[in-house]
Design a binder for this molecule. Structure first.
Ligand code: 5RP
Length: 228
């Protein structure tokens, strides 16, 4: 029987959730398993409140009976568990493959701790093979895309079937193919300076720990510089 490595990593992360915590729920196929396990623990009596980072995660949490609150109803969160598209040894991440990067970043930076859950294919030496998702506003998207291309990538608007993909916030996603990102902090600064860019999928200095599920059934835990 093959191991579900995403489930393995996600369920390990849920062990860090304690009674009374305010928990950020990530988005994607790995975060799905964390939410599922959290639902099980809530049904067994765990007392938490949660904030979801997407409509999909909100729906899943609601179905499992996880008590949800709006982001505006809390001051901060204790722990966020979320997936990643790529992570390096310094716990710099690329996120947004599932299109939820804006809410994911807002929730993560407002959390005392962020645990990234991933299978081993997501761990890379240098970020950039995965096209970097950048959320942009629909107005003047052609111009914004051109500015992104000037940073040395090939940027393309994400599609959903015949239509353009729209985020939960009503924006577009530009997937930016860099191949290699030599300095994530420098690139983050350049991206932030482009009007029209709402947020980008580089998460730098945000994750405290990564729990990586391996194909042999083991788990690797990587602690970042800002680990408590
Ligand atoms: C969604 C994300 C996801 O965490 C990321 O895409 C990883 O997803 P998965 O666990 O399905 O591989 O950033 O916006």
């Amino acid at each position: 029987m093959s191991v579900n490595v995403k489930q393995l990593a996600a369920e390990k992360a849920v062990e860090y959730v304690e009674d009374g915590m305010k928990v950020g729920l990530g988005t994607g196929s790995t975060a799905y398993w964390a939410i599922r396990k959290l639902g099980e623990r809530v049904q067994q009596g765990l007392k938490i409140t949660a904030v979801a980072t997407s409509r999909a995660s909100e729906e899943q949490a609601r179905e499992l009976g996880i008590p949800l609150v709006a982001f505006g109803d809390i001051d901060s969160l204790d722990l966020t568990i979320d997936g990643a598209d790529e992570l390096d040894s310094r716990l710099q991440l690329i996120k947004g493959g599932g299109g939820a990067l804006l809410r994911e970043k807002i929730v993560a930076v407002n959390s005392t701790r962020m645990i990234v859950v991933a299978d081993e294919s997501k761990a890379v030496e240098t970020l950039g093979k995965f096209p970097l998702p950048v959320e942009i506003i629909p107005f003047a998207w052609e111009w914004t895309l051109a500015q992104l291309n000037k940073l040395g990538c090939s940027a393309a608007l994400r599609r959903s079937g015949d239509d353009l993909y729209k985020t939960d916030n009503g924006n577009y996603i530009a997937d930016c193919r860099f191949d290699t990102i030599t300095s994530a902090p420098e690139l983050a600064l350049s991206l932030q300076s482009i009007p029209g860019v709402v947020e980008h999928g580089l998460f730098i200095g945000i994750a405290d720990m990564a729990i990586i599920g391996k194909n042999d059934g083991s788990i690797e835990i990587v602690e970042g510089e800002n680990h408590l």
